[in-house]
Design a protein around this ligand. Structure first.
Ligand SMILES: O=P(O)(O)O[C@@H]1[C@@H](OP(=O)(O)O)[C@H](OP(=O)(O)O)[C@H](O)[C@H](OP(=O)(O)O)[C@H]1OP(=O)(O)O
Ligand SMILES: Nc1ncnc2c1ncn2[C@@H]1O[C@H](COP(=O)(O)OP(=O)(O)OP(=O)(O)O)[C@@H](O)[C@H]1O
Length: 538
């Protein structure tokens, strides 16, 4: 339990977001005036009473609402509101909140759009809401917020929020559609093993952070079971490994997989730990999308076939590149091992004496490739980064007024972006070098914690004119869109927490799991010795 408390105290130190989803439609945010101040006004017709909450369908901290407001004669448009959340003792002024939200939008526009691609990133805009509306909305949803997330209060004072498209919908089409829509949300986490020479724990060169962290998470009660999912399998580009990774996510979703149908959560964890359905129920939901007999067939074979189809479709979508997708601004070669020793898939191949390093590689235009590139901006690992963070800290202690010039809290503009492109790892002892590495690390950490939304919808018969990507499935062609969410730059202040957590994860894994493995190995060895002795005697 100790770790959970510490994580909670770290989390309490940084602001979070509270997300309100509009299910069937919502108000259009009018773009506001002025450069850098993309503020829209929320339409007055939008009444809080018209937002009906369905938070049981969402994970902790996410409170979806359905707003039935229509915007004049325009077709409905799905929007999502994100509000800042703060620990009760860390209230901010309206100006600070506006600035914070604007920074999030700017970071998306000036950094992440370039790194990940125009099509995948939806930055949204800052909107101003009537205070009465926000207060009533907050009252309405408060009782449905999961207890575990109530350490922070929703900002009801500033009236500012972020307005984003509802990414559980197809992003290739602007208005709400009436075809069924399936959306798979994946939080893939870090897809590479650190290659930095600053890494002191040998284990970190063999086992990925996600797989090691699983053991600590189960020990501290965050999750009940160790997942077989390994991010390196998903990021491998090898279809077999990707299928295994996706099947593992379906078996043990934790906070890494959620499935929505028409914007409503049908699979994955609704709150901290309880899944909303089992695989059989999921297959039932999926049949109209994937199974030819449209709900007539049943039984375990049907469940397996439908799930297999889902896994294949998601793999194809993840490997697809949008037409406009370029390779991205970063060119970081994948270094270090391509296989994590803890992945059950790799272990089983290894035990069968097969080559575990088979690696098809990801196509350069696909979102997984680009996300991995951004994650690899963490070139030094937290162990190499921490001393550089301390260098910046020391400088700031001496010259606190320099915090602004160093752009620690923004603005995340072109200058900030350009500095991120300096990939040299030659430390010249300057604060400038340390700062670049610190900022790159924060961006990398953001990419390690973001989620991918894949929306799928059956194409209408004979609608080949649709200007959108499609993927064939057993039942019909599926139009799809891929987006990234939760691209808020990780705070500078979280670096000491990262440093401590890293060592805690590795130490726990080394002491418990690896020690157990050693015991198993040495028992096997002893058995082998015993056997030899017996043979000797004979
Ligand atoms: O450190 P990690 O890898 O556990 O990631 C945290 C996530 O836990 P996870 O491992 O995905 O279960 C954690 O996820 P949950 O909120 O526990 O679902 C948060 O995303 C956290 O970010 P922040 O501090 O809220 O900005 C994440 O913290 P950051 O390290 O990204 O700041
Ligand atoms: N634009 C969007 N469209 C649809 N769903 C969204 C959107 N933004 C967020 N969500 C849903 O809300 C969830 C949480 O959003 P997000 O990760 O941005 O919040 P957070 O800042 O991490 O909040 P928390 O403090 O709860 O961790 C996502 O996992 C996703 O299911």
């Amino acid at each position: 339990m100790r770790c959970a408390c510490r994580v909670a105290s770290h989390r309490a130190a940084s602001p979070g977001m509270l997300v309100l989803l509009s299910g069937n439609g919502g108000p259009e945010a009018e773009p506001g005036p002025g450069p850098g101040q993309h503020r829209g006004k929320f339409p007055e017709c939008c009444q809080p009473t018209e937002w009906s909450s369905a938070s049981r369908n969402h994970r902790a901290g996410v409170l979806p609402c359905c707003c039935a407001v229509r915007n004049g004669a325009l077709p409905q448009r799905c929007v999502v509101l994100r509000f800042l959340k703060f620990p009760p003792n860390k209230k901010k002024t309206s100006e600070e909140i506006l600035q914070h939200l604007q920074n999030i939008v700017d970071f998306g526009k000036n950094v992440m759009k370039d790194f990940l691609g125009e099509n995948y990133v939806h930055c949204g805009e800052v909107v101003q809401l009537p205070l009465e509306f926000v207060k009533q909305l907050c009252l309405k949803i408060q009782c449905e917020r999961p207890e575990s997330r109530c350490d922070k209060d929703l900002d009801t004072f500033s009236g500012y929020a972020m307005c984003l498209p509802n990414l559980t919908r197809l992003q290739t089409f602007h208005f709400a559609e009436h075809r069924p829509i399936l959306c798979v949300e994946i939080k893939p986490k870090c897809g590479f093993i650190p290659f930095s020479n600053d890494v002191t724990h040998e284990m970190k060169h063999k086992v990925c952070r996600y797989c090691m962290h699983q053991h600590l998470k189960v020990a501290t009660g965050k999750w009940k079971k160790i997942s077989k999912y390994c991010p390196l399998d998903l990021y491998s580009g090898n279809k077999q490994r990707m299928h295994f990774a996706l099947r593992s996510l379906l078996q043990e979703t934790q906070n890494n997989l959620r499935i929505f149908k028409n914007g409503e959560l049908i699979y994955g964890c609704g709150d901290a730990r309880s899944p909303v359905a089992d695989l059989k129920e999921l297959a039932h939901h999926l049949k109209p999308f994937f199974f030819p007999s449209n709900g007539l067939a049943s039984g375990p074979h049907c469940t397996k076939a439908v799930i297999r189809e889902l896994v294949h479709v998601i793999t194809r979508v993840l490997l697809s590149s949008s037409e406009k997708a370029r390779a991205g601004a970063l060119r970081l070669g994948l270094q270090g091992p391509r296989v994590c020793e803890a992945s059950p898939f790799s272990r089983s191949l290894h035990n069968q004496g097969k080559n575990t390093s088979e690696h098809s590689g990801l196509p350069k235009g696909c979102l997984l490739y680009k996300t991995l590139q951004v994650q690899m901006l963490d070139q030094l690992d937290i162990e190499g980064l921490y001393p550089l963070y301390k260098r910046v800290e020391q400088y700031l202690e001496e010259f606190p007024e320099e915090r602004k010039t160093l752009q620690i809290d923004g603005p995340y503009d072109e200058v900030f972006y350009q500095k991120l492109l300096d990939l040299s790892t030659e430390d010249d002892g300057t604060v400038a070098f340390a700062l670049t590495k610190v900022q790159q690390y924060r961006v990398a950490m953001t990419a390690k914690d973001c989620s991918i939304m894949i929306a799928l919808s059956p194409c209408l018969q004979g609608t080949s004119s649709d200007q959108r990507p499609v993927i064939p499935s057993s039942r019909s062609r599926l139009a799809f869109s891929v987006s990234v969410l939760d691209l808020d730059l990780k705070p500078y202040e979280s670096i000491p927490h990262q440093y401590k957590l890293d060592s805690k994860i590795v130490n726990y894994y080394s002491k418990t799991v690896h020690a157990k493995d050693d015991t198993v190995r040495s028992t096997r060895f002893k058995e082998h010795e015993d056997c030899t002795l017996v043979l000797h005697k004979v």
